[in-house]
Design a protein around this ligand. Sequence first.
Ligand code: NAP
Length: 325
Amino acid sequence: MIKIAIIGFGTVGQGVAELLVRKRDEIEKKIGKFKVVAISDLTGSISGEFKLEDAIEIRKKGKLPEERATSEIVEQEDYDVMIEVTTTRLDESGIAYMKTALNRGASVITSNKSIAVALPDLLKLAEKKNARLLYEATVGGAMPVIRLLNSYLALCEIRSLNGILNGTCNYILTRMEEEGLPYSQVLREAQEMGIAESNPTADVEGIDAGIKLVILANTIGIPAKFEEVEREGITKITPHAFKVAMQKGFTIRLIAEANRRKLRVSPRLVKINSPLAIKGTLNALLIHTDTAGEIFVAGRGAGKFETASAILSDLYELFRCSGNR
Ligand SMILES: NC(=O)c1ccc[n+]([C@@H]2O[C@H](COP(=O)([O-])OP(=O)(O)OC[C@H]3O[C@@H](n4cnc5c(N)ncnc54)[C@H](OP(=O)(O)O)[C@@H]3O)[C@@H](O)[C@H]2O)c1
């Protein structure tokens, strides 16, 4: 029986729980029986004998019932894998939970982009403890990139990565391109639609894309730090810039680029027929390799079930050969 602890029970945590309920039969056929033994977030915790369905309903209505702190759950509960889906903050909270789990020999699956500040250390710790750290959901939501790089392309030299890693920026730029509207108006409308946060800084200044770029770079063996990313956001782009670009067969996209020489997030001219001229909230990644040529992936970079699906994919990866069935 696989014992799972869910740490963080907001959008993604509840999405994972709902998929575990809805797809239990399919999941168990593929990886064997599982049980969620504990759930915890800042409202409280639930552990011991409980039904996952009930935990979801309780949290939707308010707080989790036990007053045990998350750190206590992480330190004391008996679990094989921790699904760590707490808020991304480039401080220690989520990372401390991951370190505790790994030190106890449990594996960690996370969507928490805070790993950008500690990925090499966490991977080393996982190896030392004979556990695994899987983080497909941190970059590009449902778009499969981490395992593509780590596994399918493991024996290729990755010469460069060029990605659209922030759906909010891509949405804003697409509407500016298509409707000739100014940045501030599109941002306001995106905020009203829930596509942009009320404080949009992390998205529009390229911080979120930069964090994901650091995760990707470390994944392909470039020991990058967030401070090393050259970064420029989309706030200064005008409808006029789009008009000029379009007349010459280009559009403008926020491109996150990594190669051995530089890490950069900035607005760039992209040919209209390039796959990177992708529209709306989609994410995309163009991978340039030595032997496999160019590989392009695209998909939904965020969303409750999209992100949860990447977590389930990691769960499958972790237990598919475990003989747990
Ligand atoms: N949503 C997406 O589409 C998406 C896509 C890719 C990656 N991610 C990443 O996935 C993570 C979860 O995202 P989300 O959308 O589910 O966020 P969310 O709805 O804000 O949920 C975050 C959860 O973490 C809990 N939490 C925060 N700090 C904690 C701490 N120190 N200890 C214990 N619990 C803590 C929160 O508790 P309270 O509710 O009590 O504050 C909440 O239950 C984030 O790191 C995010 O960047 C999200």
